[in-house]
Design a protein around this ligand. Structure first.
Ligand code: ATP
Ligand code: MG
Length: 585
């Protein structure tokens, strides 16, 4: 468990990072300075995400620079320059306007990663309407729930998705008057029309109306890892966080090629799969297909990707495979690799160093925070297993709730407690849709309580312990599943692990691990005992799992998070709760 730090020094940089000295930038940071690095709408008419992401570049030096490079599942490559993206998003904004979609109205997109999704997202923001992305793999009921809770006025989708999943819901969605299909040339009826026909008719010029930075911009549903997904509301001012984190974490430099593998159905795919790279004027790679190791390595090589943002679940899948990426592919353009979504086990951080030539930089945030809050930076030593330091402009702390109105900030290092953020950063969610009380309860004495538990070490690194809901209380110990899972994954036969607590009259809760094995490894009693002994030796008998069960796959959300609550419900024979985000394929 003693992972050596990964040292960073100026001779390991091939480009000077935007944040060469973390502590210096942190202490001199101001949001006003960040705001001044952005444009704002002409004539002081406010701040609009789409203007910062598209128009200001299209009207400037980057007009002919590729903004989006889209790679279709059949290998087709489409480039959208900033100028073209401006025209297309203008057209979409005009389509909305003509259909009577107004400021604040919700525009949903249910589609795979097709270019129209990105055009609709940015065009919606231009019109002052609210963009709400949905995973295309959702079934009809989760789609209905979100369209109806979100009061959808317009939906962009494709014909097959409409027919299979939406047509049967239309009677129950009276407010949904417009459906635009991205893949048909002719209207089906008065409500269900061809997007391309509307786009052709629409003008390619559009003036973004005045946009209050506090105006609602994006409605994003959480991943549903711990329960019913919540609708988090974000405003245009969030672009300050997107820009700031793009600068300091992603470390965007002019001419960079960036690839975020996340789908916009998950907040990472919107904040970093659309907004942050475009705001920085870099080239944003979008791959239409889902995980495919060979294709992914080819994309990294062929597109000369400089900065790559992916997730622990994908990294662990790559680790299980027998590729020797550095030998088989030219990854020499890669400068930084980032990961988010789940705790990143130290072994994965170091695997990156060994097999890809770069360590993996873990960062932490949530749908609610709108952007990265705690991160490992290009210039800062990595302690494998740690989430890193809070971003400049972000005050993070470990707190203890005293009562409903009071928290105590834990000053001592190495003390476990609630991870909290000082409320008020630009991309902080402004409400939970239709759930004012729940929103209010997240804030205590000026702190946003994240629902995650963590600790801070003496040097200021934050370490994730677990979600408050997942913490296991066993024989007087508080056990975070991450620690146990990380240790299990250090066993040579283990690919992935999910750890839960099972109620037990003697010890409170009993630690149980569900384990998936690496390919070609047989599950048998001897191996089970071996893993059990391995964990006991590393963790001690109080924390090590008392039970281990082999499974072919662990239940995960579509964004790749292990659904421990589902492991637990299944184990205990309890109702499964909301499983709308469960990955089924
Ligand atoms: P729900 O709130 O609906 O249960 P969710 O919390 O999984 O779903 P997201 O907002 O997508 O929805 O995920 C944020 C959560 O993911 C964080 O609160 C944290 O628990 C986990 N997470 C994200 N990044 C990291 C990370 N780097 N290390 C550990 N955990 C992480
Ligand atoms: Mg959450």
């Amino acid at each position: 468990m003693n992972w050596k730090p990964i040292k960073k020094s100026s001779d390991t940089w091939n480009i000077k990072p935007n944040l060469p000295d973390y502590h210096q930038t942190y202490s001199s940071f101001s949001w006003e300075k960040i705001r001044r690095e952005l444009d704002g709408l002409p004539d002081s008419k406010g701040l609009n995400i789409a203007h910062e992401a598209v128009d200001r570049h299209a009207d400037g030096l980057l007009r002919d620079h590729p903004a989006i490079r889209w790679i279709g599942s059949d290998g087709t490559i489409l480039d959208f320059t900033y100028a073209r993206l401006k025209e297309e998003t203008n057209r979409f904004a005009n389509v909305l306007k003509q259909l009577g979609i107004q400021k604040g109205d919700r525009v949903f997109v249910l589609a795979g990663r097709i270019p129209e999704l990105y055009i609709a997202a940015l065009g919606t923001l231009k019109n002052g309407s609210v963009f709400c992305p949905l995973f295309s793999a959702f079934g009809p009921e989760p789609i209905f729930q979100r369209l109806s809770r979100g009061n959808a006025k317009l939906l962009v989708t494709t014909k097959p998705l409409y027919k299979q999943k939406v047509a049967g819901l239309m009677d129950r969605l009276p407010q949904l008057q417009n459906v635009l299909l991205a893949d048909v040339d002719e209207d089906m009826d008065k409500t269900v029309r061809s997007l391309s026909e509307q786009m052709t008719k629409a003008s390619k010029t559009f003036t973004i109306p005045p946009t209050d930075p506090e105006q609602m911009a994006i409605l994003h549903f959480t991943s549903g890892t711990t329960g019913m997904p919540k609708g988090a509301v974000h405003v245009h001012n969030a672009v300050l966080t997107h820009y700031m984190t793009g600068k300091y974490v992603m470390d965007f430099h002019p001419g960079d090629v960036f690839w975020c593998t996340a789908d916009p159905g998950w907040v990472t795919g919107t904040s970093y799969g659309i907004i942050a790279p475009l705001v920085h004027g870099v080239t944003n790679i979008i791959d239409e297909t889902d995980f495919d190791a060979k294709r992914w390595y080819e994309i990294l090589e062929n597109q000369k990707v400089n900065i790559w943002y992916t997730a622990p679940t994908a990294i662990r899948r790559l680790m299980r495979m027998e590729f020797e990426p550095r030998r088989e592919y030219d990854l020499s353009h890669l400068r930084l690799i980032h990961s988010v979504g789940e705790p990143l086990n130290p072994e994965a951080v170091v695997w990156g160093q060994k097999k890809l030539g770069l360590p993996i930089h873990d960062n932490w945030w949530q749908t609610e925070t709108g952007g990265i809050m705690i991160a490992n930076f290009a210039s800062v030593d990595i302690r494998p297993g740690s989430m890193g330091f809070p971003l400049p402009g972000i005050e993070a702390a470990i707190v203890r709730r005293v009562n409903n109105d009071k928290v105590e900030v834990v000053k001592d290092p190495e003390v476990q407690g609630d991870l909290a953020l000082r409320a008020g950063w630009p991309s902080m969610f402004r409400e939970y849709l239709h759930d004012e009380e729940r929103y209010r309860k997240c804030f205590v004495a000026g702190w946003y309580i994240t629902g995650d538990l963590a600790r801070r070490d003496a040097d200021g690194y934050f370490w994730f312990i677990g979600r408050a809901d997942d913490i296991i209380k066993t024989s007087g110990h508080m056990v975070g599943p991450f620690e146990v899972e990380s240790t299990l994954m250090e066993h040579p036969a283990v690919a992935e692990a999910g750890v839960i607590g099972i109620p037990n009259p003697m010890i409170g809760e009993l630690v149980k691990a569900f384990v998936t094995l690496k390919p070609k490894i047989e599950a048998d009693e001897k191996l089970r005992l071996d893993i059990m002994g391995f964990a006991r030796k590393k963790l001690g008998s109080a924390v090590a799992p008392k039970e281990i069960e082999f499974q072919d796959n662990l239940p995960k959300t579509r964004s790749g998070k292990i659904m421990r609550r589902l492991l637990k419900a299944r184990e205990l024979g309890l109702p499964e709760g909301d499983i709308s985000t469960l990955e089924t394929s």
